[in-house]
Every structure is written in C-alpha cells, then in structure tokens.
Design a protein around this ligand. Sequence first.
Ligand SMILES: Cc1cc2nc3c(=O)[nH]c(=O)nc-3n(C[C@H](O)[C@H](O)[C@H](O)COP(=O)(O)OP(=O)(O)OC[C@H]3O[C@@H](n4cnc5c(N)ncnc54)[C@H](O)[C@@H]3O)c2cc1C
Length: 380
Amino acid sequence: MISQASVVIIGGGIIGTAIAFNLAKLGVKDVSVFEKSYISSGSTGRCGGGIRQQWTSPMNVRLAMRSVKLFERFKLDVGMDIEYYQGGYLLLAYTEKEVEDFSENVKMQRGEGLDVVLLTKRQIAQKFPFMNLEGVKGGTWCPTDAHANPQIANIAYAMAIKQMGVDLNTYTTVEGIDTQGGKIVGVQTNKGYVKTNIVINAAGGFSHEVGLMAGVDIPTYSERHQILVTESINHVLDPMVISFRNNYYVRQTMHGSFVMGQSDKKPAKGNDLGHTIEFLEEMAPKMVHDFPFMNHLHIVRQWSGAYDLSPDAQPIIDESRSVSRYIFAVGFSGHGFMLAPAVGEAVAEMVVYGRSKTTDISNLGMSRFASKIEKEHNVV
Ligand SMILES: Cc1cc2nc3c(=O)[nH]c(=O)nc-3n(C[C@H](O)[C@H](O)[C@H](O)COP(=O)(O)OP(=O)(O)OC[C@H]3O[C@@H](n4cnc5c(N)ncnc54)[C@H](O)[C@@H]3O)c2cc1C
C-alpha cells in the first residue's frame, strides 16, 4: 500500500478495476484501489454476465453500445479470454401494448445505430423451435448482444492493472474520507492512511454508505437479487432470453450450464446475501414451461448479490458539487457489468480531462433528480 496516490478508487469490482485500467492507459498509474474482500466478491462475481444494448433510455443504449465495442476487443486490450459470446438477446412480448412499446424502443435504438429488429411470434418459433411460446405475441432481437464470464472479466482487469503499476489492495476496507474546506485530503483504511485529492466511489451495493463518508447523500440503495445455475448440457441456447412479464432472464454458459434469475416479489433491502426456497419454487416451473427441455435439469447452486439501485434505474456518474474531485460511478441497478468497459473509459476521462470525451454521459449526473425522472423500463 502506497502512502500517497493521485487517485483512490473505493471498490475492486468490475467498475473500480475498469476505471483503474483506463486511468493507467491514460498514464495515471499512481492509483490506489481498495477492495475490502477479494476481487469479484461483490455483485460482479454474482451476476448473470449478460451484455445487452436493448434499453429504453438512450443513455443506457449508448453506454452499452460503446461497451460492446470494447468487449469485442477485451481479449486484445486487457489480455484474457472472458468467455465472451455474441449470441444475441431475445426479449419476449406478450400483449399488443408490449409489442407497441417494444416497437417504439426499437425505433429509438435503431436511431442510436443499434442493429435490432422486431420479430413476429412465427419468426421467433423458426429461430428457437425448442421454446414454448404460449402467450408470446412477438419480441425483439439484437444479434450483437452478448454474454461473458463476469468473474474472469473482473480478475482480468485486476491482473492487468497490477501489471500496469496500479496499487491494488484486497482485504483493505476504506473507513473514512478526509475532507478540508470542500476538498479531499486523504482516505483512512483499516491498514493505514493514504493522502489523495481525488476519490472515486465504485463501492457497488455500499455506494450510499461510502457517499456519506464524504458527507454526500447519493440516492442509491441496495436490494438482494437471487440467481441459480444448472448442470451443463450440450449447447442449445445462443442468446440471453428475457421475459419482463414472466420476470426472468436466462442464458447458457460456454460450458453448457444455464444461469437464470428473477426479481423477488418482495426483494430484501440491504446487502444481505441469503437466499430462499421460494426463489427456486418460482423459477423452476416457469423455466420448464418456457423451455420444456429443462424438465430434467438439476440445479447445481443458488446464490444472491446486490443490485445497487438508483431512482430511475440508470447509473449515476458524476462529481460531487459539495466535495470537489469526489467522483462516483454507482447505481447500476442490475446492469453494471455490461456497462463497465464504457464507464471505466468515461470516468477515467472525467479525471484526466474534466469530462467524458468518448461517450456523452452528461445526462447521468445527480442534477437529473431535481426534475421529473425518466425511468429505464427494461429491467428484471
Ligand atoms: C443476481 C444478479 C444478476 C445480475 N446480472 C447482471 C447481468 O446479467 N448483466 C449486468 O450487466 N449486470 C448484472 N448485474 C449487476 C452487476 O452485477 C452490477 O451492476 C455490477 O457488478 C456492479 O459492479 P461494481 O463494481 O459497481 O460493484 P461490485 O462488484 O459490488 O464491487 C464493489 C466492491 O466494492 C467493495 N467495497 C464496498 N465498500 C467498500 C469499502 N468501504 N472499502 C473497500 N471496498 C469496498 C465491495 O466489497 C465490492 O467488491 C447483476 C447483479 C446481480 C446481483
């Protein structure tokens, strides 16, 4: 651990390590990253690994599209195979209203340059004959959506930043942020003090608490989401499939198992990482109904992680108005893995150039909460 750093990053998840990677690429290497546990111990190592560009808010579409460009080059840029698979995403619609809404989304997404189309039920059946499409009216299909192994991606960034000279400290908890006259002067950890003038809050489910360490009240809160993995079978399912009505997402990993999750009816607030039998009782029948071949699949493991939620289900990426150079990249609301490469790039540019140059993230600041917010709807 170094005693003075240009930048301190709190959180060694995919967001913190992606930011450090991009800072190092821009030549800022005296960066300290503090992770209170092991790399990928947070939401990143617990997530579904989906990488989707089909969002209802243009900002999410833009960030996700930039991320996909960077995921496509990840192995080359970051140096590790992260099981990246561009198998597309299929979103299912069940009512005329949902088809109408999807059609509006497709219009907006195509306007942003995304290759996405509306499919009829017949077209879906032709593409995915093994699915039970009872009740389905249509869907949307984006062939460049993808999935990857989030744990490996997090570890890849961590290994890369270490090689680039970043001071990465695992099992080191940030306990306080020191400020004087609205400026940051240092950070207290359980292993010592580091002087710094720039702090980045990338603390995932703990973003609110870490905000308060500098007296900044970030409107995020944490909610538990459960997920499971089955035994593996031969490859059958290319895309991630999402049903908002039936409240699920599912994908098949590169080694054949299925990863799937839903939102609980009454999600537990906070960072409790327990799990329930109700989750299994709800997930299993609906998956077997829509994917009848899963009938005899064994569930291997069930776990949970935190969604760090913002009021409009879009990330909050901003610099505090009250504490100068206190930057936060938080509130990813269940889709931070897929946005991480673009967010890492954008935040590193904020630090170095004072603003994000590659992707316009000006709408993702705290000031948006002062007026009527537009909620991102495509969330499970
Ligand atoms: C079940 C589930 C499924 C999901 N599926 C997807 C998906 O398919 N696609 C997708 O894009 N996203 C998905 N997500 C969301 C995704 O996991 C998160 O948005 C993303 O991982 C956020 O990354 P992060 O680095 O901000 O947070 P984290 O990975 O949680 O990292 C934050 C880190 O900060 C550390 N920390 C906190 N406080 C301190 C402190 N005081 N000192 C030091 N360290 C600290 C924590 O230990 C943690 O490791 C899912 C999430 C869950 C729970």
